[in-house]
Design a protein around this ligand. Structure first.
Ligand SMILES: Cc1ncc(COP(=O)(O)O)c(C=O)c1O
Length: 422
């Protein structure tokens, strides 16, 4: 298959061929992940950040088992926030002592799993959770999540206004409680938000996070050995977004690592590792008009692309790759999803060639927070297929299910006529 490209970030021919093959082999909508890109993101981090900084992959950005397999094989750790993510991290064989278990409250199923992975480190979010975990007598070492006492510069902020972590007042109360608890506190955790593209602003945020952690250590009278400074490394989504200056952040982290020693600095990154490795594949099924412009309807929709919300991607992202090729003139065209939802707009006024029904489109930068933070059941939709490609090798990660699969695991409330085939 040929492809015509209306995109600033031209993928190489092997990638285009793999996307075409995945669309035709597994159908659309589907997600496709570039294994080489996942590995190269880890390599970029390794070469720009000081070696003593430990990198964790935040599964909340994409908990597909196949993605976790690749990242675990790259030798990084995992940041999980639920029993499901913890089970996935263990299945992908992230080393147990590099699994970080966070989230606002560890539910009973997570506690059961923590007992099976005593080397994992737990982030405690509140005094109430500290008391609960102490009562559970888990053997895991713990860090206290601190609520930033500074504003966040992230597009998705988690600064002083957020609900997560101990405030300074709560830390004082924690100091009284800790000596009688069964919890071994080895350090701190600060996360101030997601999607920061400006390296200088991010550096300031990381400095403030370390300051806060060192002050908390003084308050509690402990020598921390583990300080998780969060991250929030951004990804350029819009055509005119600047690339993230990783080298500049690496230089700052070298200074912060020196200040933190003997504590080790840890970062939890999701988007930076997976966003640019992911493609969302969807096919044109029909045509409409929208706001006076020609529009195409596709078989996917925003119910599988929650990453688009909050980032205004529908009006500010690169045009999709047109798989199959078309050299007709470019016209501002809207791409509309297949939901009965006015907001199901995937792209507005994007320069696209005439698109016949059956043409597959590949949206780039779709690897983070796509399906995994989506209202995916809307309209009784089955999940899209997922595949990975490593050069020309293709691996199916998740089967496409028929529409009727949404009835699986559901039970009738009233008696129905049973028409079971003989
Ligand atoms: C506590 C926490 N850690 C890590 C992340 C991952 O952030 P990102 O995907 O921007 O790297 C998030 C995202 O919201 C988060 O809330």
């Amino acid at each position: 298959m040929n492809s015509s490209l209306v995109n600033r970030n031209k993928p190489d021919e092997t990638t285009v061929l793999a996307l075409c093959e995945i669309a035709s082999r597994y159908g659309t909508p589907a997600y496709a992940f570039d294994v080489r890109r996942l590995r190269s993101q880890v390599e970029k981090l390794r070469s720009a950040l000081p070696s003593e900084v430990e990198i964790l992959y935040s599964l909340k950005s994409n908990a597909s088992l196949g993605i976790c397999d690749v990242l675990a094989d790259c030798g990084i750790g995992a940041d999980v926030a639920s029993a499901g993510e913890l089970a996935t991290a263990v299945a992908a064989e992230f080393p147990a002592d590099r699994i970080f278990v966070a989230g606002p409250f560890k539910l009973p199923e997570t506690i059961t799993q923590l007992r099976e992975t005593p080397e994992a480190i737990v982030s405690i979010d509140s005094l109430s959770e500290l008391q609960w975990l102490s009562d559970q007598r888990i053997a895991n070492s713990a860090v206290l999540r601190l609520r930033p006492d500074f504003g966040s510069c992230a597009v998705v902020p988690a600064g002083s206004e957020s609900r997560f972590g101990f405030t300074c007042d709560e830390l004082q109360r924690c100091q009284e409680y800790l000596p009688s608890s069964n919890i071994d506190v080895i350090g701190f955790h600060v996360f101030a938000g997601s999607q920061v593209l400006d390296a200088e602003k991010l550096n300031e945020q990381l400095r403030l996070a370390l300051d806060l952690s060192l002050r908390a250590a003084e308050t509690l009278g402990i020598e921390p050995t583990y300080i998780n400074l969060g991250g929030g490394f951004g990804v350029p989504y819009a055509p005119d977004d600047e690339a993230f200056d990783l080298v500049r952040v690496g230089d700052e982290l070298a200074k912060l690592a020196e200040r933190a020693a003997p504590a080790r600095i840890v970062l939890e990154l999701g988007r930076y590792l997976v966003a640019e490795a992911g493609w969302y594949l969807t096919s044109v099924v029909g045509h409409q008009t929208f706001q006076g412009r020609p529009a195409v309807i596709v078989d996917g929709g925003v119910h599988q692309r929650a990453d688009m919300c909050g980032l205004c991607l529908r009006s500010n992202q690169n045009a999709p790759l047109v798989l199959g090729g078309d050299s007709s003139p470019l016209t501002p065209t809207d791409v509309l999803g297949c939901l009965s939802l006015p907001d199901d707009v995937m792209l507005e006024a994007s320069p696209l060639p005439a698109l016949a029904a059956g043409t597959a489109l590949a949206f780039g930068n779709a690897g983070a927070y796509g399906m995994w933070s989506s209202p995916a059941l809307f309209h009784g939709s089955p999940l899209p297929a997922e595949a990975a490609f490593d050069g020309s090798e293709i691996y199916l990660m998740r089967d496409r299910k028929p529409a009727a699969s949404i009835l699986d695991d559901q039970h009738h409330v009233t008696q129905k006529t049973v028409t079971t085939p003989a």
